[in-house]
Design a protein around this ligand. Structure first.
Ligand code: ATP
Ligand code: MG
Length: 389
């Protein structure tokens, strides 16, 4: 057990890291953040911001020397750095979870090995574009070609209507290693956050229901519109993935729910997740405090919903040129909590903050809060540069 006032290390310094730092510091720890961005949101609130590349040997040495445990808020840490840290420090989650989650080919293969269903897929290796497979289990069309590495928020993806489009799509992505997968007809998208400790204890957060716009998470509502059986199945799959990775920390599992009730895992993230931000205001523990508890082996807290909630993301598109949105509408909505990440520069698609809209304790449906969150977002969108409403 790693007790305060120990120093903890964090790989990555975005908003997920900022919340981890705040949770850990609130519990009496100090946190060192490694991130090459001088304006890193987490670095700015950490006890120390090591502003170096993720594979800088001196930076890794400094982190290993100072921190009793090192965790991550970002999966795309170079493999050699992950392995060095695992050998010279206490890294949680460990290298296996990080390497599986940073490569869609490894991720799909791993999920298949442990008996978890995914959308039909095939590998499209770097270089020469292969034929589209036709055997049973092969992807069909429409399909999506995704880069195996470094994709996020729907970047590095091309949609294909027919097999003949594969060479051009692969060229568009620079002919790097890719995964070709069937486009699933979605009934809903769900996600589950599960925390696990070294002794095998797990604690899952309530299932979240997610809506995307342009490949980026837009709105999360909890409880999800899914029956008990589906929710229990999704939670069991998330626990199974965590167990098979011998996971330590907080793990996110994204699901597709099909019209015939099948649950397919889309992808996993070895860290807290945007779709878990609702836990900051509507759970008995936040995903970030739970991450501190899991990696420090403090014991997990029950993750229970205290009120129905809807979270809506605030992307840079909402920022008028050179200015900032007018927050009065959000602030005046009594059950809305405004969260901003302190990023100086707003760019289209950049996650700048979010709003959690809370229902009343005892209500068991998120329809009203989801519609309030959408209305608040529409108000910002129509006033901002985009005018998408
Ligand atoms: P993020 O980092 O935001 O999770 P990402 O870049 O890793 O995004 P994915 O999660 O693979 O990308 O895809 C983003 C979204 O695109 C999904 O949540 C879903 O809405 C849609 N999508 C991706 N793959 C499929 C598919 N096979 N069938 C249907 N929709 C899909
Ligand atoms: Mg995703």
């Amino acid at each position: 057990m790693i007790q305060p006032p120990a120093t903890l290390g964090l790989l990555g310094g975005g908003q997920l890291g900022r919340y981890f730092v705040e949770a850990a510091q609130g519990m009496g720890y100090a946190v060192w953040v490694l991130d090459p961005d001088p304006a890193s949101p987490a670095g700015r609130v950490a006890a120390r911001h090591v502003c170096q590349a993720f594979d800088d040997p001196d930076a890794l040495q400094a982190l290993a020397g100072a921190c009793e445990v090192i965790t991550t808020e970002f999966e795309n840490i170079p493999r050699a750095a992950v392995e060095w840290l695992d050998a010279h420090a206490c890294l949680r989650p460990g290298p296996r979870a990080l390497t599986v989650a940073q490569d869609r080919l490894e991720e799909k293969a791993f999920l298949g090995e442990i008996g978890v269903a995914v959308a039909p897929w095939q590998a499209v290796p770097a270089g020469l574009t292969p034929e589209v497979q036709t055997d049973a289990g092969a992807p069909d069309f429409p399909a999506i070609l995704k880069t195996a590495r470094l994709g996020y928020d729907g970047k590095g993806q091309v949609r294909l209507a027919a097999a003949g489009e594969l060479p051009a799509a692969h060229a568009e992505l620079g002919q790097v290693d890719c995964v070709l997968e069937s486009r699933v007809e979605l009934e809903r998208e769900l996600s589950v956050l599960v925390a696990r400790t070294a002794d095998g204890a797990t604690e899952a957060f309530p299932v979240a229901e997610n809506t995307h716009r342009d490949g980026i998470l837009h709105l999360t509502r909890v409880p999800a519109r899914a029956g008990d059986e589906v929710r229990e199945r999704a939670t069991a799959i998330a626990r199974h993935v965590a167990e098979r990775l011998d996971y330590q920390g907080v793990l996110a599992v994204e699901f597709f729910l099909t019209a015939d009730g099948e649950l397919l895992v889309n992808e996993i993230a070895p860290r807290p997740h945007n779709s878990g931000h609702y836990s900051l205001d509507a759970c008995t523990v936040s995903q970030f405090e739970q991450q501190v508890r899991a990696v420090c082996a403090l014991g997990l807290a029950p993750a229970l919903l205290t009120a129905p909630v809807a979270m809506v993301n605030l992307l840079g598109d909402l920022w008028p040129a050179g200015g900032s949105p007018d927050w009065r509408g959000v602030l005046a909505a009594g059950r809305a909590r405004l969260h901003l990440y302190g990023k100086a520069e707003a760019r289209p698609g950049r996650k700048m903050g979010h709003v959690n809209v809370l229902g009343l304790p005892g209500e068991d449906d998120a329809t009203a809060v989801a519609s309030t969150a959408e209305t608040l977002w529409q108000g910002l969108a129509s006033a901002g540069g985009e005018g998408e409403a």
